[in-house]
Design a protein around this ligand. Sequence first.
Ligand code: ATP
Ligand code: MG
Length: 587
Amino acid sequence: MIITSLRLFASQIGWRLGVLFFIALSAGIAEGFGVSMILPLLESDIGRSETTLGKLIRAIFNLVELPTTGTNILIMLVLFFFVRAILFIGQTWYQAGLLANHLSDIRGKLIRSIFNTDYVHLTKYDAGYLTNGVVREIESVNHGVRMLIDLMVALVMASVYILLPVLMQPVITISLFALAIPIAGLSYVMIQKTRRLSIRLTEIHGRQESFFIEGIRNAKYVKATGRVKVISSRMVSETNRVSEIFRKFFILGGITRYAPEPLVVFVMAAVIIIYTRGFDHSITEILFLMFLFYQSAKNMLKVQSSLRQFIEATGSLRLYEKLRNDLDIHAIKDDSRENKPNLDAPINLSNITVNYPNAATAALTQIDLRIPNRSTVALVGASGSGKTTIANLVCGLIIPSSGEISIDGVSYDSISTQALQQSIGYVTQESAVFNGSLLENVTLWHPEPDIERVSDILIQLDLKNIGASSEKKDFINNIVGGDGAQLSGGERQRLSIARELYRNPKLMILDEATSALDSELELKIDELLESQKGSKTFLIIAHRLSTVRNADLIYVLHEGIVTESGTFNELISANGEFAQMVKMQSF
Ligand SMILES: Nc1ncnc2c1ncn2[C@@H]1O[C@H](COP(=O)(O)OP(=O)(O)OP(=O)(O)O)[C@@H](O)[C@H]1O
Ligand SMILES: [Mg+2]
């Protein structure tokens, strides 16, 4: 399990981990040599030392042809520590860049996966879960990678400090390895516990975020109906669970940090007693040995603590991998298709069936529909009859379960969806308002906007006075903040229409685009759109049937089936379902 996690985390930064290992190893060796210089300072005559380390030090001095005088040894010591410092600074510098890149890299990949996945698949996720994934869990994965690097560095340092005593006193050192057994046992237990907690934590974080976003999105309703307590208590109970896991993490951290220390000291004390009493070793050598050993133990503890923190991030990595996998499986297969659609041609839906995943019944069943170019086609029918589903099909947002959609006789399967969508304007049933100025909302941050056109459109749609006034003089810079919650429903709709009018596409889809407007404004917009009729294709969805009076062709939908079609007058004469609907609205 740990190995799998290590492999997964290591694959996040790949070969660069090798570079870091190499730098850490070089720094560790420099530190090892530096520290080795302390031995000759302690020993009266390094020239006669019989230990392997003593011989090694003599060899170094022979290599640079220097006598082993006290000053030379000190110079060497300082030099080695300089090299060590430079290497460690280099490592930090390299690591900082690496971690920063890693963070933007994995976040970018997840965001791309989210937006590349099929729309219907995306609707299965809630915003809180995805937000938590993109913001919190990604940072946790990044922290995990950092801990992996720390772990590697500590492991290198621990090895250096183990190697030095081995070179001095192999028997003592190897006997001390016995210490590793209880520490490893303790580590294992802690790691298992940490891993389980980590997975639970990511789940709770996701839920907490969902509840929060849900609460904020529905704040108006929740507050106005005195439901704050119910909604916030859901959030609080999740927060309590998070706190409980933090408490456990904290305790585990404490145990991991402090429990092995007395063990280390105990074994060291035992070694001092055995070797000073039983064997003939100088106390300075034993103390130096203990110092080295203590350094090694300290680094081993660091290994353990980094390993624990790294395991804390496994839940996040698991979530990240699972989420990306699931999103990528449903990624839309685009957009190598070169075929650009000819929007100056009719669109045909033939024998289309749409089954949403997990839905009890089909949203559309074997429908045939024709949208002649430069005409106005309207879809009417009861709520849930499949109107929006048709609009989503026409703009390539969803793919039919069976049947074919074509434009100019060319199947949607063989044209570039992106090119298609870039030539379509779509006022969705839920108005889309962004945090930004009116100008930014209309042009979607276009770098070179046509200011005059934007102003004209906003004035035509009576949007001159909406949003918070900005310091810049022109009203187009008024700010629409708070996801547009400060706007009225009709203002949000008009702003969405303004954006599509500015885009001036060949095909315009309007899904209940004027449902929240008063008759006067609706008439104004109808007239505005009427003036464009003949120059582009309109697909209009409306409950208010007055809006579809002038349509060239009306399709009536009933539970996913087209029951009638024709012009307004034809349908009235037929005296069918549409005629009934018109009578009921008696406009
Ligand atoms: N993403 C989805 N996943 C599952 N089912 C869906 C999804 N979107 C829509 N449906 C279902 O498909 C059916 C048709 O929905 P659609 O949105 O097309 O209706 P509509 O005619 O636009 O209704 P309304 O007038 O209320 O907007 C509904 O029963 C709806 O519950
Ligand atoms: Mg709809």
